[in-house]
Ligand binder design. Sequence first.
Ligand code: KG4
Ligand code: ZN
Length: 338
Amino acid sequence: MAVLGIESSCDETAAAVYDGTRLLSSVIASQTDHIDFGGIVPELASRAHERVIWRTVAKALSDSGLGREDIEAIAVTEGPGLMGSLLVGLCFAKGLAIQWNKPVIGVNHIDAHIYATYIDEKPQLPFVSLVVSGGHTQIFHVTRPLQHKLMGQTRDDAAGEAFDKIGKLLGLAYPAGPQIDRLAREGDPSFYDFPRAMMKKGLDFSFSGLKTSVLYYLRDVPEQERPAFINEHLRDLCASISAAITDVLIHKLRQAVRKTGVKSVIIAGGVSANSMLREKARQMALELGASLHIPHPKYCTDNAAMIAVTGWFKVREGMFDDLQLRPYARFQWDRAIR
Ligand code: KG4
Ligand code: ZN
């Protein structure tokens, strides 16, 4: 039973085929136009999806070695994401579903990040999952596939958004997360003690204060000297900022694991590619006697393999949708797995 997955929620157009045991193909067409604009321009992103979606899906099918008759269902990201981008994927999936006479399945993008773990592993249930991406920072308690309970989430910026916005203050190009990660490896995390917000306030997060504190810190340096100061201390600043973000993430994750008593932990989403976070998570798991699962870095950022895997679980449970399927820009509880 194979499922074709399609992802177009942000700036990657992706398609993949998964058959319940193996990922048969995974194709990603990344957009680069927005780099010139310092961020994603929604209108340009939608147009780029439209340009490449057909050949991306066709390549995923041919790479899989399967024919359309072997595909059980078409899973597609329905949200959250950029509305125009989602519409391209959703309309394409519906058109294909009509043409191939297959059911369509809507997949929540955040849920899908968790299931990226299943591409290479079979984590022991129940588990706690931290999803950290450009748009979301959430902790879930997962008792069985497709059964999630939200334990905590960000009240303002997502962790990836914090990396990207702070990177912009340092003059780094979008997305700044991977560059901050690379620079931080050669820096001193104790160079400056940036604030760790809401450490004693449950499992919710807040990252907007950190961004403000970096802004004020840099503003204290006289304007003429600022570029040279940033240049001289860039590695240490990146390390100190990464330390502040990852300390909070790990602190909350540790609390969630203790509270639920689970023996496995999953970290997923774009920020789970971060090396400092991965190292701290490894130490935390060791300390708590839990097993740690983080998808391969290529499946941490947006991809369609995770959509195909989540779609496969939904097929197994008979959770099909129909052509009434609608996109949504913001996280919606009635469409997420609970
Ligand atoms: O999951 P993702 O690809 O897209 C969303 O669903 O948002 O996550 C993208 C985010 C961006 O904010 C990017 O800066 C961040 O993940 N990111 C990283 C790293 N790689 C990607 N942040 C920190 N360290 C990294 N190595
Ligand atoms: Zn994502």
